[in-house]
Ligand binder design. Structure first.
Ligand code: A3P
Length: 307
């Protein structure tokens, strides 16, 4: 089956989820070829849930002994180049890449939007770690819609979907890497069953308290902050280095990974919780609240729509 994304590009369905036209072959190659290392770290998100932020935070946590924060590679290189998407960057270019050649020193840090059920079995069997970050569906949808409509050319004569049409499709699950609920619930359930394997985070919680979430992530990844580092303010330094304000202003456009030529600023719109109120009618919001109740049921997962 086929569908359209917000700007008219084709989406294809694979194993119950919708992918941008270029992704399925790369995802299937990743699924069949990838061999996990015990030390690998996977950052998994739906698009526009704070992936860029998480990439910067985890790169900084894992590499803080190697690079001083004042000379962090983040200051000169886009987070999406430092932590590539394993499937839609690496496997897109080469279906059988050599990932053991020293180009990816340990710990290898990769990102993906691939849903839980489609991950390579070696990730599930190995002791590697997964940090999953999600965001309330209304802010995620609004961020995604703006990202495409503002940064990508429309396909042919296609008129981008209005927010109302896009919202209908989001509710039906026909958007890149959707359906939303199945994506988040897959990782939510895994985090409950295997908390040592999957750390489940929410964008809204990171916004409320970045310091304690950074410590939680560092502990989970076995890179805990020492008492001395905490006294020296390393946690605050990383938070500041990776803040919206700092990352947004860097001259680190994307040159080596897809979509090549995308401006760094495309990943930083306003970084707020609850911005959806400026675009979504109260009626649409009520529908989403009801959908959340139906879909999330008694899973224990709840979203904070207003922060
Ligand atoms: P908005 O469009 O709501 O501003 P992704 O990185 O997954 O593509 O997500 C992008 C969203 O995360 C954008 O949301 C962006 O502004 C926000 N974001 C990026 N970096 C951030 C940071 N350091 N702190 C908070 N939000 C950030």
């Amino acid at each position: 089956p086929q569908e359209k994304d917000w700007v008219g590009s084709t989406l294809y369905q694979y194993q119950g989820f919708w992918y941008p036209f270029f992704a399925p072959k790369a995802v299937i190659a990743f699924q069949n070829h990838f061999k996990a290392h015990e030390t690998d770290i996977f950052l998994i998100t739906m698009p526009k849930s704070g992936t860029t932020w998480l990439k910067a935070l985890i790169f900084s946590i894992a590499n803080r002994k190697q690079f001083s924060l004042t000379q962090s590679p983040l200051l000169t290189t886009n987070p999406h180049e430092l932590v590539p998407f394993i499937d839609i960057n690496i496997y897109l270019k080469n279906r059988t890449p050599d990932l053991e050649n020293g180009k990816f020193p340990s710990p290898r840090i990769f990102a993906t939007h691939t849903p839980y059920g489609t991950l390579p079995s070696s990730i599930l069997k190995s002791n590697c770690r997964i940090v999953y970050l999600c965001r309330n569906p209304l802010d995620q949808f609004i961020s995604d819609w703006h990202f495409f409509v503002n940064n990508f050319p429309r396909n042919g004569d296609f008129k981008p979907f209005s927010i109302e049409e896009g919202f209908e499709r989001f509710c039906k699950g026909t958007h890149a890497f959707g359906p939303f609920w199945e994506h988040v619930l897959g990782y939510w359930k895994m985090s409950l069953e295997h908390p040592e394997k999957v750390l489940f985070l929410k964008y809204e919680d990171l916004k409320k308290d970045i310091a304690s979430n950074l410590k939680k992530v560092a502990d989970f990844l076995s890179y805990p902050f020492s008492e001395e580092e905490i006294r020296q303010g390393v946690v605050e330094e990383i938070s500041k280095l990776c803040s919206f304000e700092t990352l947004k202003t860097l001259e680190v456009n994307m040159t080596g990974v897809r979509p090549v030529g995308l401006k760094n600023s495309a990943f930083f719109r306003n970084g707020k919780v609850g911005d959806w109120v400026n675009f979504i009618s109260p009626l649409m919001a009520d529908r989403m609240k009801q959908l959340c109740e139906e879909k999330l049921g008694d899973s224990g997962l709840r979203f904070d729509l207003l922060g």
